[in-house]
Design a protein around this ligand. Structure first.
Ligand SMILES: [Zn+2]
Length: 198
């Protein structure tokens, strides 16, 4: 048991719930914050407090965006509107964007099929995707799901659902470690998986 004031212990406990931060790391961050100016602390507090109001989801693709507007990717000039890459959630968009190979658009499904646990995908997100596929410029749909059972079941489901259309439907090439999450794959692996899609 440490001898920190309750407030500091409460902060350490919260920080510890962040991914990749253990008790020791959380303590180091909290103690470093004690050396910050009140202005800097209040700036951090204010930013965190504003997140639920400020961050929303892009009405076009479901990526995270600011205050209900379209996301920077949907708004960026020069993106290839003929390709839509379907991902499970926005963290995979960040990983794919970091690889800097893909220049098309995205569609966030917000989940994947999990036949064993009975989980399904929000119908609204599938309907939105269906509407986007009606656009004449769309020529290819990339199903970029993680190589696990649920990801592959979801890809198969969408492939079947949209197979009657005159668009190309591709999946990422093998190469991502089985059971891994695309969000944590390195750029070279993601680029190779996208380049080899079929
Ligand atoms: Zn968007």
């Amino acid at each position: 048991m440490n001898h920190y004031p309750d407030e500091l212990n409460a902060l350490i406990e919260l920080l510890q719930s962040l991914p990749g931060i253990g008790r020791r790391g959380a303590s180091r961050i909290a103690l470093a914050m004690l050396k910050w100016s009140p202005e800097k602390l209040s700036c951090l507090g204010g930013l965190i407090e504003s997140l639920p109001r400020a961050i929303s989801f892009c009405p076009d693709c479901g990526n995270i965006s600011s205050h209900g507007t379209s996301c920077p990717i949907c708004l960026a000039p020069g993106r290839d509107c003929s390709i839509i890459c379907v991902v499970e959630n926005f963290t995979q968009i960040i990983a794919i964007e970091n690889s800097a190979f893909y220049r098309g658009l995205y569609h966030v499904l917000g989940g994947k099929l999990a036949p064993l646990s009975g989980n399904s995908i929000d119908e609204k997100n599938i309907e939105k995707l269906r509407l986007r596929l009606e656009l004449p410029e769309v020529q290819e749909l990339i199903l970029a799901f993680s190589p696990d059972v649920e990801g592959q079941a979801t890809a198969a489901y969408l492939e079947n659902l949209f197979s009657g259309r005159s668009i190309k439907i591709t999946r990422l090439a093998q190469g991502l470690p089985a059971g891994s999450d695309i969000s944590y794959a390195d750029s070279a692996t993601i680029t190779a998986a996208l380049k080899g899609r079929r």
